[in-house]
Design a protein around this ligand. Structure first.
Ligand code: CMC
Length: 431
């Protein structure tokens, strides 16, 4: 058990007239959990928790969320402060190594991130095989998995820190190349003199041999977006990374799995869906009230994308920061985006509607991020790729934490079987 956790009391379970005691553990922020590790051994029964809404799968010191109060902290630092004062590379270091770097640590880290950003030329051939219509998330996941072929020592858990740096440094190149492939332009190589965020934009939007000045407002906005996405404790993709990593699969294979999990529209893919939804509402005459009604109707299967969250039941602090950032970026660029108007109207009306109030549905991180990506000229199908770039340090931090945890076990849930009981096989001729 983690030394930071205190054993407060026991929880008593009465099952079939017998009583069983289980330890209660309390985290450093006062969260309480019942440790049921011995439940099946002692009682023969298991728990059933659809979607893991009540299940703590691990003990972690990376990120704290209080969904009722709208609190998000990376390694103890509030997200609002990090978004305002830090930068993405520093946040990567913080998440992965557990403390804010001093100047020397930051310089060395920054240096390695820039000097490992090239991908093997052999990987460029893989891009050639994809049709231009390929979704960049599919390309991203495959390319990241392919990194394990180029750095096989990852399989033996050798050079973990070097492979972490490679992973962080190369993902932006892989992502930008995926974009270049989709628009049929030549690849643009990374530049070591640019910040992490500016380099992403440079590789996406420059053309070879023509330097491109990345506007500071874009660089800052992207950096903030990456920070806001950098970790979110045991979400679907991070849990996937831990699940895959628990079999001792290598770093690249585990990150590739995380990218695939993030792709879905209920998770990171929601940012693309939000913009597509707002565009649809706009094309439909801007009648947002109609879509609020559709979202409330059980028959329609329509959801207000970018709304609701498993953990946040008051507000998503990232959405608040992004709403202000979206306005700021648009103002600085002198852009008036009708989708921002529609988004704000949807939010205003939803926040007063009993359906959304009763279910505690608020805008989440994906609701306003797409407005900023659009203003920067990032196409819709790249939104989730940017999310993946942001989430990468979080996945790595959790993967590393799990690897370093003494006594970590392979993740292997159980089930309540509901299928047929034992049957006799009937030969084909008798069926
Ligand atoms: N629009 C309309 N109704 C909703 C929405 C929505 N966006 N989200 C939840 N509900 C309703 C849902 O139908 C259910 O109603 P009822 O109790 O009458 O059956 C109730 O609210 C509870 O929803 P749930 O589906 O049980 O909640 P969950 O915790 O399982 O799912 C969620 C969370 C984020 C998947 C869900 O809210 C959702 O699908 N939102 C839209 C997709 C989205 O924006 N995803 C991004 C999440 S944040 C970033 C990230 O994780 O990557």
């Amino acid at each position: 058990m983690n030394d930071n956790l205190t054993l407060v009391d026991t929880a008593r379970l009465v099952l079939h007239d017998r009583e069983y005691d289980f330890p209660i553990i309390t985290g450093t922020e006062g969260e309480v959990g019942i440790d049921i590790a011995q439940l099946r051994n002692k009682t023969g029964v298991i728990t059933l928790d659809n979607g893991y809404g009540n299940t703590g799968a691990c003990q972690s010191a990376v990120t704290f969320i209080d969904g009722e109060k709208g609190i998000l902290q990376y390694r103890g630092y509030p997200i609002e402060i990090l978004a305002e004062k830090s930068n993405f590379v520093e946040v990567c270091y913080l998440l992965i190594f557990g403390h804010l770097p001093n100047q020397d640590e930051l310089d060395k880290f920054q240096f390695s991130l820039t000097h490992h950003s090239l991908i093997h030329e052999g990987m460029k051939k893989f891009y050639e095989g994809y049709p231009p219509s390929a979704h960049p998330m599919g390309i991203l996941s495959s390319m990241v998995s392919s990194l394990s072929a180029f750095y096989p020592e990852a399989d033996y858990n050798a050079d973990i820190e070097l492979n972490i740096v490679r992973m962080l440094a190369k993902l932006k190149t892989i992502a930008a190349f995926a974009y270049k492939k989709s628009v049929g332009q030549p690849y643009v190589y990374p530049r070591n003199d640019l910040s992490y965020s500016a380099d992403i934009l440079h590789m996406m939007f420059a053309v070879p041999s023509e330097p491109l000045e990345i506007p500071k407002v874009f660089e800052d906005a992207l950096d903030k977006l990456l920070i806001l996405h950098a970790d979110h404790e045991q979400n679907c993709s991070t849990s996937t990374v831990r699940m895959v990593g628990s079999s001792e699969a290598n770093l690249f294979a585990s990150m590739s799995a995380g990218i695939s999990a993030l792709w879905g529209p209920l998770h990171g893919g929601a940012n693309q869906e939000v913009i597509e939804m707002l565009e649809k509402i706009r094309a439909d005459g801007g009648n947002y009230k109609k879509y609020i009604e559709l979202a409330k109707s059980k028959d329609s299967k329509f959801k207000l994308m970018g709304f609701g969250h498993r953990v946040y039941k008051n507000f998503d602090p990232r959405a608040k920061i992004l709403e202000i950032a979206a306005e700021r970026v648009l103002n600085l660029l002198g852009i008036k985006d009708p989708l921002l108007e529609i988004a704000k109207n949807l939010e205003e009306i939803a926040l007063k509607d009993p359906f959304f109030i009763e279910r505690k549905l608020y805008p989440n991180v994906d609701f306003y991020s797409g407005i900023i990506y659009r203003a920067m000229g990032i196409p819709t199908n790249m939104f989730t790729v940017i999310f993946a770039l942001g989430r990468l340090p979080g996945w790595i931090a959790h993967w590393k934490e799990m690897r370093e945890t003494l006594g970590a076990r392979i993740n292997r849930p159980r089930q309540i079987y509901t299928g047929e009981t034992k049957r006799h096989y009937i030969p084909l001729s008798d069926r």
